[in-house]
Design a protein around this ligand. Structure first.
Ligand code: DI6
Ligand code: FE
Length: 400
């Protein structure tokens, strides 16, 4: 057997364990062939007679799977620093939204930008993610809110994956906000009868998301969106129970959703429904922090029920202008009391699960894509413990 590259003299965080742990391996090695892992484990168990084209001595550094950010709104124009300043004066996020600011102000800027301008605006954010070891990123539309502008955002998301060595998982979030001048139900009808069919026909998204909230769309409207998405063979996910309990997570579970995200206001019935359906909980500590939320998601109950816990940045201009998965891990530990293992798994194995990619990325295991983050750290906990420090030594995407 031959392999293209062997990374050796490394310590591994494989996340490939039955008990949900980190799967640490001392004196480990990873071998890759044609972009896939062919061996991940102790150097001593490397297949005998392996021919290696390229050997990389990692100097004792730690290797984890490349990080996966499973919930971002990365593609948009403009920024909302002005609203941030208003909020410092005491104006609430909901009040800003009711006054025509909030999401709608980003919609104006995003509609005015062409593909090139959107790419130029987004690349620095994407590069910040890559600099911290991200190798797979979900990107939602939702700042266009017309068919053409939503397609534009999704096209840009796809193009970003061609410009950089990263896999983009595109999600259609037409049901993010009611566009200015529109009526919610008429707009949702348009999302379901025109936008979802067009997005599906062009293959521009693999999933459909909906913001189910009193300032956005109702439970019945979310159900309508899910029904349309399923009819076109798209997966579903939801922004649920962020500001209030609309029972969106239970609805998502009923539709076999990939994930229910935010879920600060989730109740016991919602937890039971998610556990029964295997719906991943995507926790977004950046939004919790930035909006100064005080209701922590029910982590202990989710954990007890066996709901998979993923983490993401929710990178967006309004509630989480965050492009650092490492900082999100620290926030999850500090604000949500998640363990180091949960934080690292949340940005790797569990994030892969939330993107329907559990069998392809997120662990160091033979057969999976060779996506690696190589870290200058003394122990895995350093990734979660430090604030504002980036110990990434190297990043590998599909073996390169
Ligand atoms: N929930 C959020 O926190 C973001 N979107 C959503 O559905 C906010 C997006 C924004 O304010 O621009
Ligand atoms: Fe979001």
């Amino acid at each position: 057997m031959r392999c293209d590259t062997l990374w050796h003299n490394a310590q591994l965080i494989t996340l490939d364990t039955a008990d949900g742990g980190l799967g640490e391996v001392r004196d480990g090695a990873i071998a890759a062939c044609d972009g896939r892992i062919v061996h991940a484990g102790p150097l001593s168990s490397l297949p005998a007679g392996l021919e290696v084209a390229n050997r990389i001595d990692c100097g004792g550094r730690w290797i984890s799977p490349g990080l996966i950010d499973c919930h971002t709104h990365l593609v948009y124009a403009g920024n909302r620093a002005n609203e941030f300043e208003q909020r410092l004066q005491g104006v609430s996020y909901a009040d800003i939204a009711k006054a025509g600011g909030g999401i709608v102000s980003t919609v104006r800027a995003t509609r005015a930008a062409d593909d090139d301008a959107l790419i130029a605006a987004t690349l620095p954010r994407l590069d910040a993610m890559l600099a911290e070891g991200v190798t797979t990123i979900e990107i939602k539309s939702g700042y266009g809110l017309t068919l053409d502008d939503e397609l534009k955002q999704l096209r840009v998301a796809r193009h970003l994956g061609e410009l950089r060595a990263v896999e983009v998982a595109p999600t259609f979030l037409g049901a993010h906000a009611v566009p200015p001048g529109a009526e919610a139900q008429a707009y949702i009808d348009q999302v379901c009868t025109q936008m979802i069919p067009a997005v599906a026909a062009q293959g521009l998204a693999e999933a459909v998301d909906v913001f189910c909230e009193h300032i956005a769309f109702s439970l019945a409207q979310a159900e309508q969106v899910f029904t349309a998405a399923k009819a076109y063979g798209l997966q579903v996910k939801i922004h649920a129970e962020q500001l209030s309990n609309q029972h969106g997570a239970a609805l998502a579970a009923r539709f076999g959703a990939l994930s229910a995200d935010h879920i600060e206001h989730l109740d016991d019935d919602g937890i039971a429904a998610m556990a029964a359906a295997g719906t991943v909980a995507v926790l977004l500590p950046g939004a919790f922090y930035f909006t100064r939320d005080t209701l922590v998601p029910p982590i202990a109950a989710l954990r007890a029920a066996g709901v998979p816990l993923a983490l993401a940045t929710d990178s967006n201009p309004g509630t989480s202008p965050l492009t650092s998965p490492l900082l999100a891990m620290n926030m999850a530990a500090t604000l949500f009391r998640m363990t180091v293992t949960e934080c690292i798994a949340g940005f790797t194995r569990e994030a892969a699960r939330a993107l329907g990619r559990f069998d392809r990325v997120g662990r160091l295991r033979a057969g999976l894509d060779c996506n690696l983050a190589i870290w200058d750290i003394d122990a895995p906990a350093d990734l979660v413990y430090r604030i504002g420090f980036n110990p990434l030594h190297a990043r590998v995407w599909r073996g390169q």
